[in-house]
Design a protein around this ligand. Structure first.
Ligand SMILES: [Zn+2]
Length: 213
């Protein structure tokens, strides 16, 4: 099973590893820095052994990478993994920005229910079941996120259960939040946060979260 180095060091952009298995264009590797879609955070983009990865897919605890046609990799071959770091870092910043926004929405509206979340390269979104106008909490969420970003708090990100690969993040003043995404080291890396309200209808409210490039 692949060792997931994107958790212990989410800042690695290149890794020399070995191919573990090959089935047509699907390969697995001994160790990886290449994140596969999970918890709403999109997969990385990049290459394995100079071949473009078309898809990264979690299968249980394994990650299967589908390469473009024409690779000649075999089990045991050395393989350099490279990820699109600009994209990943933006995803990490948007991810943590969305985590903070969500925690602060819960603080301001304890009875609200999250029904979905997605982190893409341009923005993150969080969907709620809520009959009011979610932008009513924006001033409170804005000022509190700004305070946390300015304070440049340490973000702790560790296993709660290593066997089950369950992880959490934690910052000062917040309870542990379960999440298997890749997290920043410091809240200051978010730099700034922008919020937009969307109203998809049917008692749903959406917050779009933006961070500067
Ligand atoms: Zn997270």
């Amino acid at each position: 099973m692949t060792k997931k180095l994107f958790w212990e060091n989410p800042y690695l952009t290149e890794l020399e590893t070995r191919v573990a298995s090959v089935k047509g264009n699907d390969v697995t590797v001994e160790e990886t820095i290449f994140y596969a879609f999970s918890g709403g955070q999109e997969s990385d983009h990049g290459t394995i052994g100079r071949h473009r990865v078309l898809e990264a897919c979690k299968q249980g605890k394994e990650i299967v990478y589908t390469l473009e046609d024409g690779h000649a990799l075999e089990p045991g071959h050395p393989a350099l993994i490279r990820i699109d770091w600009d994209r990943r870092y933006k995803l990490m910043r948007l991810h943590f920005a969305a985590e903070l926004v969500l925690e602060l929405v819960y603080r301001n509206l304890p009875s609200i229910q999250k029904v979905g979340a997605h982190i893409a390269r341009d923005k993150a979104r969080i969907d709620f079941q809520w009959n009011g106008n979610i932008s009513a909490v924006f001033p409170a969420v804005d000022s509190e996120t700004l305070r946390i970003i300015k304070a440049d708090e340490n973000i702790i990100s560790e296993f709660s259960d290593e066997e089950k690969e369950e992880r959490f993040w934690e910052i000062k003043g917040f309870a542990r939040v379960p999440c298997g995404g890749t997290h920043l080291r410091k809240t200051g890396e978010i730099r700034e946060i922008g919020l937009k309200r969307k109203n998809p209808g049917k008692g749903k409210e959406r917050i779009e979260v933006y961070v500067p490039e």
